[in-house]
Design a protein around this ligand. Structure first.
Ligand code: 6PG
Length: 230
């Protein structure tokens, strides 16, 4: 069951879910890109004890953690550095190892420390990719591994990636997309109209037992078919 919510301030709704799971000492997977920055800053400003929660990453660019392309750097600047008490653990994806060495390293960490992910955040690219799962990518066919390398990114930044796979994403208890802006409207319609399409990887996100929620602003929701509109 997919819940689509069109909101004036989807970042605030995302921040509420993030802080609620953090306060409950859950395992939270952070997304990269630029959209989540506002949600992370709002979450960091809440009076919440993060010391019991564990943070993970859904994907990472194969750059160092201080690189301006790093998803870890985004999270550090907008969330981690603003928390009065550090989380129990922050598992950084070591993109600097390269796509497959980084994926192997993260696969070990996930299998060792995460029974399952309580909240998994995702963004959506204009091509309907999520994490670093790009249209028609071989990574979409992975059914065993939880983390894979992506040598060829399907969109800017065109650097290799490390990404969670669909089995890892669909094993989460709650998947939460945060999508804003008119430039995502076509991708939203392709991703959430109910048709599973490898050309629109986000349409393949279907948690086995967890719930799927899509937080949208009106601009991103503008091309949803009437029957898919909330
Ligand atoms: C990444 C992200 C990616 C992102 C989308 C949307 O590493 O780039 O994880 O999946 O969520 O590309 O990015 P924006 O929020 O910048 O539009």
């Amino acid at each position: 069951m997919t819940e689509l919510r069109v909101l004036a301030d989807p970042a605030a709704a995302a921040a509420e879910r993030i802080t609620s799971v953090a306060a409950a000492a859950g395992h939270i997977v952070l997304t990269g890109g630029s959209t989540p920055r506002a949600a992370y800053e709002l979450a960091a400003a809440q009076e919440v004890d993060w010391s019991g929660c564990t943070l993970w990453f859904g994907d990472e660019r194969c750059v160092g953690p201080a690189d301006e392309l790093s998803n870890y750097r985004l999270a550090r600047e907008s969330l981690l550095d603003r928390l009065p008490r550090a989380p129990r653990a922050v598992h950084r994806m070591k993109g600097e190892l390269g796509p497959w060495a980084g994926a192997d390293d993260y696969e070990q960490a996930v299998r060792a420390d995460a029974a399952s992910f309580d909240l998994l955040l995702l963004g959506l690219g204009p091509d309907a990719h999520c994490a670093s799962l790009f249209p028609h990518s071989p990574a979409l066919a992975e059914r065993e591994r939880l983390v894979v390398g992506v040598e060829q990114a399907g969109m800017e930044p065109l650097v290799p990636r490390v990404t969670l796979t669909l089995p890892a994403i669909n094993g989460a208890q709650e998947v939460l997309f945060l999508v804003t802006g008119a430039d995502k409207a076509t991708a939203v319609a392709r991703a959430f109209s109910g048709v599973a399409d490898p050309g629109a990887p986000a349409s393949l996100v279907a948690p086995a037992t967890g719930r799927l929620t899509v937080l949208l602003d009106a601009a991103a929701a503008a091309q949803l078919p009437a029957e898919a509109r909330p």
